[in-house]
Design a protein around this ligand. Structure first.
Ligand code: MOS
Length: 726
């Protein structure tokens, strides 16, 4: 038999693709369970104050309505106690729907109408009358920034803002060239294709099966167990397919909380879908005001770097993201000072969103670097070369790998950067101004902070099953795990089935942080290694020296030889599985072309070249899709997305795609992706770094810099809408 080709590193099409395009893949709101009830949330119409009463008479009389839950009649649960903490959440107290009469933000759930059809619940929800005693609210970051504070340290997965190095103040004062400017970004709402939804199937013996839109079925299971006092074995959470999540599904959300609350109280199956116009009530990318000061010598070499950020959070939590974590890592500079503060607003807590923090922090830093290039009369790319560093100067240690120089060179070559004429407004095509801009990107490349397990099972029909509880949020996890396992067991990929997104599978915390490929992939590889050793031991009676020395296609023979119908192995990966004593990061160089109608100010991003250094690329097809998708999202950040508030009402005014603009197909042109060679045997056992989020980090600043090059007008606020440009 011909040798099966090695699959890892090849552009295998998504193994879950056919199911997704034929409707075979089911999402949380699509599970049909018998006697299903439907819940619809009634959102608060004020931003702050107290509920003084409900008039539910008309709503409860509506045909089909079973129950209207409010804080006055909801059942008690431990989640309402003073001591309840969300283990994955930021410092502070998590918001709990229907807790009490307090209103924390506009759109907060104040009642849940449960009916036997969705339509009845929706219509009855419109009939619930709520009276309030309003209090003065504060939703304007510009005003609240004066009371910004340094947040207490957070949590799993959010690295702290680095301590200062050197003396930025003195070095700044002495620097011959200085630029200083303030940059603003707008809040952004999550709008994945799949709405947030939960279907709870109430089973016999008080067991529940929960189909939830989450990035972490295990976290949701653990949360439900403690929040509602279930035995863990009585709660199973499934999210085998997720229609985009991007951070919204990292924490248990309102829909799962309320659906389980209602199901448990009524002992019935319940579904809740959060409608598009309530998506702004779930968590948003924090907006920020950042000041960057750069001091350099006449050759553009940085002498001092200062970045001060004030970002939004809610009244009840210190929600954080690594906005400045990377700012000291990109360039050679001895004097770095970073400060990250939060200002409290009467909104829901911000939450992670694709490249959390970094996309915002890098917009400011990379815009300032562009300003410095003009101040020193240098090409923006030459300025990056002048400040290149291979080390982590903040922690004084090496990087496990950093092929950023190759990103610059190959990206510039592909883009044709050398043809750029430096002066603003110097490139045009008819009535269109052309601008070319670039920026550097960086993102974390670590293994998951929590351990992850995977199990592989070989059966006598020469099939392998891979199982781990983490989800595939559309990133290609099913595919790359299948490829890795197929190669490890010397099987063709169609002999391998991967099962994901089920809390009953081996513990694997969360799809997020761009750590899943490296973490779950390493766990699968380790499980395969263990299985091979086990098989060899059973056949020869001793541990093999090297399991890969076995001739091909023999593993199933070993299994049969041992007289077994199946054999399995489970392995665990922790952060200790990576090497030590270095810093790891994924890097990018992004080059963007904009064309701007000179009279109308309409901006089109006509070309983006993203050159990415992300270690070993497990599947160039799914990897490219990650970078393209992230680029589209970042074009939204740069030009379109603004969850604008009416501060009089204290409410987000963007309730639909008519007023919350995201890029449409007509906004997207060429998105070119290059993966540069980067060998890194320390960052993870399989040599892979994360690459989901790096695709978005440098895109917005590259576009903003291109807009300056095209027009000579520096817009320091995202999104760059026409009114801000003209
Ligand atoms: Mo990502 S923002 O960790 O889903």
């Amino acid at each position: 038999m011909a040798d099966e080709p090695v699959s890892t590193g090849k552009p295998l099409a998504r193994v879950d693709g056919p199911l997704k395009v034929t409707g075979g893949a089911k999402y949380a709101a699509e599970y049909d369970v018998p006697d299903l009830l439907h819940g619809v949330i009634v959102p608060s119409s004020i931003a702050k104050g107290k509920i003084t009463g409900f008039d539910t008479e008309e709503a409860i009389a509506f045909p089909g309505v079973l129950k209207i839950f409010t804080h006055q009649n909801r059942p008690w649960g431990p989640h309402f106690s003073l001591f309840f903490k969300d283990p994955m959440g930021p410092p502070g107290r998590p918001f709990r729907p229907l807790h009490n009469e307090r209103i924390h933000f506009s759109g907060q759930p104040v009642a849940l109408v449960v009916a036997d059809t969705f339509e009845a619940a929706r219509d009855a929800a419109a009939l619930v009358r709520v009276s309030y005693r309003e209090e003065a609210h504060a939703t304007d970051l510009e005003k609240e920034a004066v009371s910004a504070y340094e947040p207490p340290r957070h949590r799993i997965g959010v690295p702290p803002t680095p301590k200062p190095t050197g003396d930025a103040g003195t070095a700044m004062a002495a620097a011959p060239v200085k630029v200083e400017a303030t940059y603003r970004t707008s809040p952004e709402n999550h709008h994945p294709m799949e709405l947030l939804a939960t279907t709870v199937h109430w089973g016999a013996d008080n067991t529940i099966t929960v189909y939830d839109k989450t990035q972490s079925p295990k976290s949701v299971q653990i949360y439900l167990k403690t929040a509602f006092l279930f035995f863990r074995r009585h709660v199973r959470v499934l999210s085998p397919y997720v229609g985009g999540a991007f951070g919204l599904g990292l924490r248990p959300q309102q829909s799962v909380f309320l659906a389980v609350l209602a199901a448990k109280a009524l002992k019935r199956s319940v579904r809740i879908v959060i409608p598009r116009d309530q998506m702004y009530t779930l968590g948003y990318r924090a907006h920020a005001i950042q000041t960057v000061a750069l001091g350099a010598d006449e050759f553009g070499r940085l002498q001092a770097l200062k970045q001060d950020a004030i970002a939004a959070t809610s009244r009840n939590e210190d929600a954080q993201d690594p906005m400045l974590y990377f700012s000291g890592l990109l360039y050679r500079c001895d004097n770095v000072s970073l400060s990250y503060k939060l200002a409290k607003l009467d909104t829901v807590s911000p939450c992670d969103m694709r490249g959390p923090g970094a996309t915002t922090g890098m917009f400011a830093l990379e815009s300032a670097m562009d300003e410095l290039s003009y101040a020193t009369g240098q090409d923006p790319l030459a300025l990056r070369y002048a400040n290149y560093t291979s080390d982590d100067q903040m922690e004084h240690r090496r990087m496990s790998s950093k092929a950023l120089m190759d990103c610059y060179e190959q990206g510039a070559e592909k883009f044709g950067w050398s043809l750029r004429t430096p002066a603003p407004r110097s490139m045009r095509d008819g009535r269109e101004l052309i601008g070319w801009g670039m920026a550097t990107g960086i993102w974390d490349a670590a293994l998951s902070p929590l351990p992850a397990r995977a199990t592989v099972t070989l059966t006598a029909d020469n099939c392998l099953e891979v199982a781990t509880s983490v989800t595939d949020i559309g990133t290609g996890t099913y595919t790359i795990l299948t490829q890795l396992a197929a190669d490890a067991m010397q099987l063709p990929v169609d002999r391998v089935t991967t099962r994901l997104g089920d809390s009953s599978l081996p513990y694997n915390p969360t799809q997020g942080g761009s750590w899943t490929a490296a973490t779950a992939g390493s766990a699968v590889q380790a499980a395969c290694d263990k299985l091979k050793k086990k098989l060899l031991k059973h056949s020869t009676g001793r541990e093999p020296f090297n399991p890969d020395m076995v001739p091909r296609r023999q593993f199933v023979d070993l299994l049969k030889g041992a007289g077994k119908s199946s054999m399995k192995a489970t392995a665990t990966i922790t952060q200790l599985s990576a090497g030590r004593g270095f810093t790891s990061a994924t890097h990018s160089a992004v080059f963007a072309e904009v064309r701007i109608d000179e009279e109308l100010g309409v901006i089109r991003v006509t070309r983006i070249v993203s050159a990415i250094a992300a270690g070993r690329i497990l599947n160039p097809l799914t990897a490219q899709s990650q970078i393209r998708g992230a680029s589209v999202m970042a074009i939204g950040k740069a030009l379109h997305e603004d969850a604008a508030y009416d501060h009089n009402l204290g409410r987000c005014m963007a309730h639909s795609f008519a007023d919350y603009h995201i890029p449409s197909n007509a906004d997207i042109f060429d998105l070119d992706v290059i993966f540069v060679d980067e060998k890194d045997e320390e960052v993870s056992p399989i040599g892979a770094k994360g690459l989901g989020e790096i695709g978005s980090v440098a895109v917005a600043p590259a576009i903003a810099n291109a807009v300056f090059h095209a027009t000579g007008h520096r817009v320091r606020e995202l999104p760059i809408t026409i009114d801000r440009l003209l």
